[in-house]
Design a protein around this ligand. Sequence first.
Ligand code: HAS
Ligand code: CU
Length: 597
Amino acid sequence: MAEALDAGAPTFADRFPQEAAVVKAALTSSFVALFLGAIFGIVQGLHRTNVLREIDSQYYYTILTAHGVLMVVSFTIFFLVGLFTWATVRSLDRPVVDIRYTWTWYGLMLVGTLMAVVAVLGGFFPSVDISADVLFTFYAPLQAHPLFYGGLAIFVIGTWLAGADWFRAWWAWKQDNPDERIPLQAFMVLTTMLMWYIATIGIAIAVVGFLLPWSLGLFDNINPLLTRTLFWFWGHPVVYFWLMPAYLLWYTVLPTLSGGRLFSDPLARVVFVLFLLLSTPVGIHHQYVDPGIAEGFKMIAMTNTMFLLLPSLLTAFTVVASMEHGARQRGGTGLFGWLRALPWRNPAFTGMALAGLMFAAGGFSGMINAGMNINYLIHNTLWVPGHFHLTVGTAVALTFMAGTYWLWPQLTNRQLYSRPIGLAQVVIWFVGMALMSNAMHVMGLFGVPRRTAEPQYQGFDFLASFGSITEFRLQLALGATLLFISTVLFVGNIAASSGTPKRSGHGRPLSQPLSGAADSPAVLDNLRLWFGIAMVLVVLAYTLPLVSIIDGGGLLGRGVEPVPVIAEPLTTLAEPLSAAAEPITEWAKATLGGVLR
Ligand code: HAS
Ligand code: CU
């Protein structure tokens, strides 16, 4: 059906060639980051599972940081700025106000990324005094070279300017269309950016106010709890900054791919408003085990987090209803029989549907994380990487790849090199991630920690209720290998597409929602109102915790020695202690082991 709509429609590249060039550049940067990130990912995944240990463990954190930063900062956000530029221009149906300005923010983001990546890669060269082995959660007391923080700051400024670009386009559009509702895609872009402006206050203060001057040597001390809290002020909403472009694709492209129409435009608007309101006042749910934050504040963060499930649950309903509508348009019938009528041979569709399916599992593990009491069980274990490889690593990453199969031909006026390879690629990702994240979740429950190159723990038996750690390690490694293969197939397919013949007029118009903008209350488009309420919620959630953290630990810390200083006496102590404990462990295993198994 979608094919029939298409005949002769101009593509995005036909209509807006200058904007298409920027979108292409942003997406290309995103895929380069994805490819490099995947190389670090496979090295690190095979290393920590003891399958292939070619690198010196000394470099483990350099590799882990490179993997994390390239994936969750560069891959995701470059994709976002490309997609949002496309969505704004397409839905407002007008070019950006000044294309030179658009290239400027893209250039800034590129420079910022290069600076940060150079700082991270410096970690491989001990003779050079540059390194940033601080992981993608780069809070103190770990310290990076100033180049890293400087790069991050420039990158974030680039995203701020990008947001301003889309707001300018909208204001210009509004002059000509004063009485119209904001087109849905532009609405999604603008609400997401308002959320981003609020969220980045935290990271801007942490980086420019504390981390950068500290790494430049201007301050001797820092208050780690303060920078951690400011980090998570941003560190939670950033996950929705990754997710919202995927939601944009699920709401506005997936229904068309399914052969139908979006179930409800008003519900989609409500969802994006809820994310604007609730994404930020929840960051403390990453700090349930932090001493120095009162339990009551953690309780408030937990309550807000539980409310924040609502927009995703609404999304599950609306998106699946739209898919069902499409399937029935295509002749599907029955309670579940309609599922068969979906276009499963289309990699763009299948990738997004599988990404959504995995997000249902990722959302579930998120709910576990969010409960203060259960969080103690899984915090700092491999469970957490299991969770985020389902969310950012699949709901987001796989949707972006699938979306590219649909979008890329319209940006380049070239066909995709191979749809069958695309289909295989999204399925391999799904299978690989099912294995890897299952293993990570289960190992986390056994107590296997995250962020360590040496998880063998010789002499320590994990009490597994089923399977063994070795089996799960292999499962993890197999999953990681499949994911790497899938990434290579994706990047290769897109690169090879530049060799297919040029053609234009193959645009893919998007279907209109069943219940359109006219059905949604006008107040939903009152961005000032929602921004104001969101700010009030942030002030309520954060003022008291921040005051008490500064009061307790000082704005710049109190000059306490950093933690690693006591590590050596501790390790000397550990050996005799564990030897002394051995008989007790043996006894416990003998008596309890049988019961637990
Ligand atoms: Fe999370 C830790 C709680 C969502 C990412 N999270 C992380 C970390 C990352 C991350 C990177 O409360 C680790 C940070 C670090 O390094 O320490 N997370 C949540 C909750 C949600 C959630 C409650 N997280 C995400 C998303 C992420 C992400 C989205 C990235 C994009 N997370 C936590 C907590 C921690 C945490 C704690 C701290 C853990 C700790 O102790 O360290 C919720 O937003 C989830 C809601 C989602 C749902 C699912 C709805 C289902 C849908 C699917 C529809 C189906 C379709 C397809 C379309 C309720 C929408 C159908 C297909 C057919 C074929 C029919
Ligand atoms: Cu979070």
